[in-house]
Write a protein that binds this ligand. Structure first.
Ligand code: SF4
Ligand code: SF4
Length: 376
């Protein structure tokens, strides 16, 4: 068998990935299946095709969720191939308009939403010192979605960090981590963000930087080193930090109650689960609540289905993204759970938006902050 993944997809494989791809299952189209994308990569590399708007449409119809890789015997890294091709298509000026505009917004306001940069940390900064020159301790990297779209997650995370006894500092001049830029092909801009964030995080003097967002966690800890900007600071996702402080006895939530159980199901964010292997900590946190009965969805952990918002899919193809999200909600409600918890503001934003009131959706931070008291 050849070692070239792109060739392997095209000619030497049974193509099992087609049965799990969330996009191919929605569009019912072989072209958008993972191997279709790999063939496009192959043809582009060999200059057999030029790569125009239709090529770009297919290549951007991917959530970079990585589920196909789990079902691929030789483990072809389809998300990385897709991101590579996207960077080339962006250079060729055929990327979707929404992706081009994303880059413009990030350049001017340092976030993908185009919200004013000076409002990023305003709510959290009230009554709080800036994260300057404090040696040691925890810094909170808020992330764009918590800062602008899901401020209740930022607030809940701040409460938890305070309650765990460590306190926290904010990072002066935090910019978008770069995840949406990397996944849509804006590599140079992502590198600019990585360089900047490395400087400001290390300048804060913290020992640990905690992220709310699965994408921020993956980017800071996995992608910054690959881009040549490794952080000297330890990076933890909030779920890991929560489990750490619970185990250290700094956050007490193991209480009994005579009240009825809460049926909860957990959605693994692709960037936290499949891409970073963090499956157990969020579940351990949820299982720490005596009243929580955790019920797994049919597709969970390494086989978890994507919420449909990642990899620029929500940005470029909102209707397709919405249908994928609704599918995940259907799976969540089929468990009989009344609450769906995830551990990423981006997933929460998507799942809450498509849930149509069928199930309550929380980020882990919100669930913990809300139930710390009521579940005692
Ligand atoms: S991604 Fe893997 S499973 Fe899919 S066609 Fe390529 S080699 Fe086969
Ligand atoms: S990464 Fe996800 S959306 Fe993209 S081809 Fe693979 S399964 Fe499909």
């Amino acid at each position: 068998m050849t070692l070239d993944p792109v060739v392997m997809c095209g000619v030497e494989c049974m193509k099992m990935c087609r049965f799990v791809c969330i996009v191919a299952n929605q569009l019912k189209l072989e072209t958008v299946a993972p191997y279709g994308k790999c063939l496009i990569a192959y043809y582009l590399r060999n200059e057999a095709i030029k790569g125009g708007k239709r090529t770009a449409e297919v290549i951007y119809q991917c959530a970079t969720c990585g589920l196909c890789t789990e079902w691929c015997l030789p483990r072809v890294d389809v998300p990385e191939i897709v991101k590579d091709v996207r960077a080339k298509l962006l250079e060729k000026d055929v990327a979707p308009e929404a992706t081009v505009e994303l880059g413009e917004r990030a350049r001017s306001e340092r976030n993908p939403y185009g919200e004013p940069h000076n409002k990023r940390l305003a709510a959290l900064r009230k009554g709080k010192k800036n994260g300057k020159k404090k040696e040691g301790g925890v810094a909170y990297f808020v992330g764009c979605t918590s800062a602008y779209k899901q401020p209740s997650i930022a607030k809940a995370t701040a409460e938890i960090l305070e309650q765990a006894g460590d306190g926290f500092t904010l990072i002066d001049e935090e910019w978008c981590c770069g995840a949406p830029l990397l996944s849509t092909g804006h590599r140079e801009l992502a590198a600019e963000h990585a360089k900047h964030n490395k400087e400001v995080i290390e300048r804060s003097g913290c020992d640990i930087v905690v992220t709310s967002c699965a994408g921020c966690y993956m980017t800071l800890s996995r992608d910054y080193p690959k881009m040549g900007f490794p952080l000297k600071t330890r990076v933890l996702h909030l779920s890991q930090y929560l489990w750490k402080v619970i185990e250290e006895g700094k956050l007490e939530i193991r209480k009994t109650s005579r009240e009825k159980d809460l049926k909860v199901t957990y959605h693994d964010p692709c960037h936290l689960g499949r891409h970073m292997g963090v499956y157990e900590e969020p579940r351990s946190v949820l299982n720490s609540f005596a009243r929580v009965q955790l019920i797994e969805m049919e597709w969970s952990k390494r086989n978890s289905k994507c919420c449909g918002s990642g990899g620029g899919l929500q940005l470029n193809f909102p209707e397709l993204s919405r249908k994928i999200g609704m599918e995940r909600i259907r799976e969540a409600t089929a468990t009989g759970a009344e609450i769906l918890v995830t551990a990423c503001p981006f997933c929460k934003n998507q799942l809450e938006g498509v849930s149509e009131g069928k199930i309550k959706v929380y980020d882990l931070s919100e669930f913990v902050a809300k139930h710390l008291k009521t579940l005692e």
